[in-house]
Design a protein around this ligand. Structure first.
Ligand code: G3P
Ligand code: MG
Length: 241
């Protein structure tokens, strides 16, 4: 089972920064989930929200700011003064570090609110540039975006994010050619686990933080969990009888 650090080790460092990915690295055998949006000048950057307001000392939409403008901003102090030096990472920065440390990445396309021109193509090109095609899954709540990924690159693994109690979602996954389902943890029940397994579709629920919940997911036999507490999850997994 993959332990996937949600936005990096985001309970220990500001989310989606190199500090958060570095902390996840310290846990060992931990993978990373991250969110991407696109700047005014077409660069793919790692940030959860469409605006920089919540996680930096600046304001405005990512799509209206250039990379140079974004790089002036402090993406750490909102979390803790110790992280004042954190800057917004490019997807290429994360791909570079992940490839050096053999980390598997879940890259989430934030294409639900702002429609970024050609972001799917750009992300695929970057993944190939770092030779990470076998080490990633692209996910999104926008399944049209994921369909586009598959049209551009049929071999690129995709994970369908969703929050509803879908009926037999592995059939839907198969229609899209998806390798994985990334549901909200609440929909994990035995028949979903069994059905996905039989169909050869990986199940990686989010966001699984409470110890009892982590244990339930381990016992259910999911393929990965996306968590803000990767150390806790790794510990419980290691202690599994
Ligand atoms: O990929 C799981 C999770 O990251 C989806 O929700 O809002 O944290 O990106 P969010
Ligand atoms: Mg995400």
């Amino acid at each position: 089972m993959k332990v996937i650090a949600h936005r990096g080790y985001s309970s220990q460092a500001p989310e989606n920064t190199m500090a958060a990915f570095g902390k996840a690295l310290d846990v060992g055998n931990t993978h990373w989930e991250l969110d991407v949006q696109m700047t005014k000048d077409g660069e793919v950057v790692v940030i959860h929200d469409e605006t920089v307001d919540r996680t930096s000392d600046g304001e405005g939409l990512v799509k209206d700011l250039t990379l140079d403008q974004l790089r002036q901003l402090d993406f750490g102090s909102w979390f803790d003064e110790a992280f004042t030096a954190e800057r917004i990472p490019l997807l290429s920065d994360v791909l570079q570090t992940a490839s050096e440390h053999d980390v598997w990445l879940n890259i989430e396309l934030k294409t639900g609110i702002v429609q970024y021109p050609e972001i799917e193509q750009r992300v695929i090109d970057l993944i190939h540039q770092y030779d990470m095609g076998q080490q990633v899954a692209i996910s999104s709540f926008n399944h049209y975006s994921l369909k586009k990924v598959k049209e551009i690159c049929p071999a690129m693994p995709i994970g369908l994010l969703y929050m509803a109690g879908l009926y037999e979602p592995w059939h839907y996954a198969a229609r899209l050619g998806a390798e994985a389902l990334h549901p909200l943890y609440r929909s994990i029940v035995p028949e979903i686990v069994a059905g996905a397994k039989a169909a050869g579709i990986a199940l990686r629920p989010f966001t699984v933080d409470e110890p009892a919940l982590i244990q339930r997911m381990i016992a259910a036999g999911v393929d990965g969990i996306i968590t803000n507490y990767p150390e806790r999850a790794a510990g419980l997994l290691a202690a599994k009888p």
